[in-house]
Design a protein around this ligand. Structure first.
Ligand SMILES: Nc1nc2c(ncn2[C@@H]2O[C@H](COP(=O)(O)OP(=O)(O)O)[C@@H](O)[C@H]2O)c(=O)[nH]1
Ligand SMILES: [Mg+2]
Length: 258
């Protein structure tokens, strides 16, 4: 009797120990799976200063227009949105366009689902060099290319006089990137020659950019990129629809998660 009682408690202990080990192993697998596959729900809002990034970010967050100020701080929020059949939590990041800060976007591209690049269509002709360089850096980011992150170029401030429509914005930006491509390529070659960078593996992890946009010996076109690049028009006083002048941007975001 005494022996069988002891045996029973040994068996119970064994079951308990087995249960604990199983729970630990399961937790380890669930955790490592979550770490290995970070949630890709980040939408980056990028562009030069005063292009309308914070206005858009605030519109997603509060569903209304609020006055904005130029800032050196990132804005970040987790916000549920309604897609057709489900609800999705967006991680929306507005990264300042100041030249010292705008390259911080590189840190987030591995978890980015989509990029909205804001352009002030009313000043693009005079700002083309800065906007072109900013967009080039986004398109040439290593993860943007490897993960084929979709990009939406919002041709914003359409309500302002003299603003360019989306096909003009696309043409002007394509011409500027075409120019930048050759200058960047030659400075890259000069840098490689000066520093003897010839390890030959073609994939330097410290380098945040890839080498060439589009095809060599062919004029640059957004269609030649691995990324899907879409152009839409937007503006705070542009259209009076459900999502205001941001309805096309909202639609693009919803479709990303569909
Ligand atoms: N006319 C007009 N002004 C806008 C529009 N969107 C934003 N703005 C204004 O442009 C200025 C800069 O916008 P903001 O969102 O702060 O730009 P950011 O620097 O890119 O974050 C602010 O005064 C906004 O009110 C628009 O569609 N039309
Ligand atoms: Mg801002």
């Amino acid at each position: 009797m005494f022996v069988s009682g002891n045996l029973m408690s040994y068996a119970a202990l064994l079951y308990l120990a087995f249960g604990i080990v199983a729970a630990v192993v399961l937790k380890y697998f669930v955790l490592s799976e979550t770490i290995r596959k970070p949630k890709k729900n980040t939408i980056l809002i990028l562009g030069t200063t005063k292009s309308g990034k914070t206005t858009l970010w605030a519109y997603f967050r509060y569903h209304r227009l609020i006055p904005t100020q130029t800032s050196m701080e990132k804005n970040e929020v987790e916000k549920p949105i309604h897609c057709k059949e489900k609800s999705v939590v967006l991680h929306l990041m507005d990264i300042p366009g100041h030249p010292k800060l705008r390259n911080e976007f590189h840190d987030y591209t591995p978890i980015t689902k989509g990029i909205i690049f804001m352009v002030n269509s009313s000043t693009l002709k005079s700002d083309i060099q800065e906007v072109g360089e900013n967009l080039y850096d986004v398109l040439a980011d290593k993860h943007v290319q490897k993960l084929e992150i979709p990009i939406l170029v919002a041709c914003h401030k359409q309500d302002l006089k003299g603003s360019l429509d989306r096909s003009d914005v696309e043409n002007i930006l394509a011409q500027e990137i075409d120019k930048l491509r050759s200058t960047r390529q030659s400075s890259l070659q000069k840098h490689d020659n000066d520093h003897g960078n010839n390890n030959g593996d073609g994939d330097d992890d410290a380098d945040e950019t890839t080498e060439f946009l589009g095809f060599e010996n062919k004029k640059f076109s957004f269609e030649d990129l691995v990324n899907h690049v879409t152009f839409v028009e937007s503006g705070t006083r542009y259209k009076n629809e459900d999502f205001g002048g941001f309805s096309d941007i909202n639609e693009w975001v919803v479709e990303l998660f569909d």
